[in-house]
Design a protein around this ligand. Structure first.
Ligand code: URA
Length: 186
């Protein structure tokens, strides 16, 4: 028997009340996710940063502005995709997510993904890619190719923030988003 889907707004209310880990104490806002619940493409990032924590919306800082630009390479607009993160609360000083935080938080992401039921999941960077593909392989060897995780097609790309520090990643990211656009028309 298939599990019933939890409506997105019910799930949002659960996450907003979440106290499963100590990140709850430091948050200004939960960053649940944003975009079109009927999206063909769902993006999964790492964790909220300072701006996201303040606004309660994913990818609104510098990496988010670059993500908006990258969407254009795939012929996508932000309003038509859905964006979520591995963690729903900001880690202090933007440190990496810890394994126990990932373990406690990702049941929400799993439900969110089942409800949105996208055609393609685009994982942004190492944390999302390793979680979704259940692999230890790094993003450098995996990006720009379609993979399968259960019923979902998964397309890993570098994290947009990585390109802000290392401009050599920009070319790969822009090529990968162009490739993504081709999958969406075929
Ligand atoms: N980086 C992420 O991974 N997620 C955000 O929401 C913002 C920056």
């Amino acid at each position: 028997m298939t599990k019933p889907q939890i409506p997105l707004e019910e799930l949002r209310a659960q996450v907003q009340a979440c106290q499963r880990c100590p990140l709850a104490e430091g948050r200004t806002n939960v960053v649940f996710g944003d975009g079109n619940p009927q999206a063909r493409v769902m993006f999964i990032g790492e964790a909220p940063g300072k701006n996201e924590d303040l606004q309660g919306v994913p990818f609104v800082g510098a990496a988010g502005k670059y993500l908006d630009e990258l969407l254009g390479f795939a012929g996508l607009r932000r309003e038509e995709v859905y964006i979520a993160n591995i963690l729903k609360c900001r880690p202090p000083s933007n440190r990496d997510p810890r394994p126990e935080e990932i373990q406690l938080c990702t049941p929400y992401l799993r439900e969110q993904t089942r409800t949105i039921d996208p055609e393609i999941i685009v994982t942004l960077g190492n944390f999302a890619t390793k979680f979704v593909l259940k692999t230890d392989r790094g993003i450098t060897g995996l990006h720009g190719q379609l993979h399968q995780a259960g019923k979902f097609k998964v397309f890993p790309v570098f994290h947009p923030a990585a390109a802000l520090y290392d401009s050599s990643k920009k070319v790969a990211l822009e090529d990968d988003f162009t490739t993504l656009g081709k999958f969406l028309v075929s």
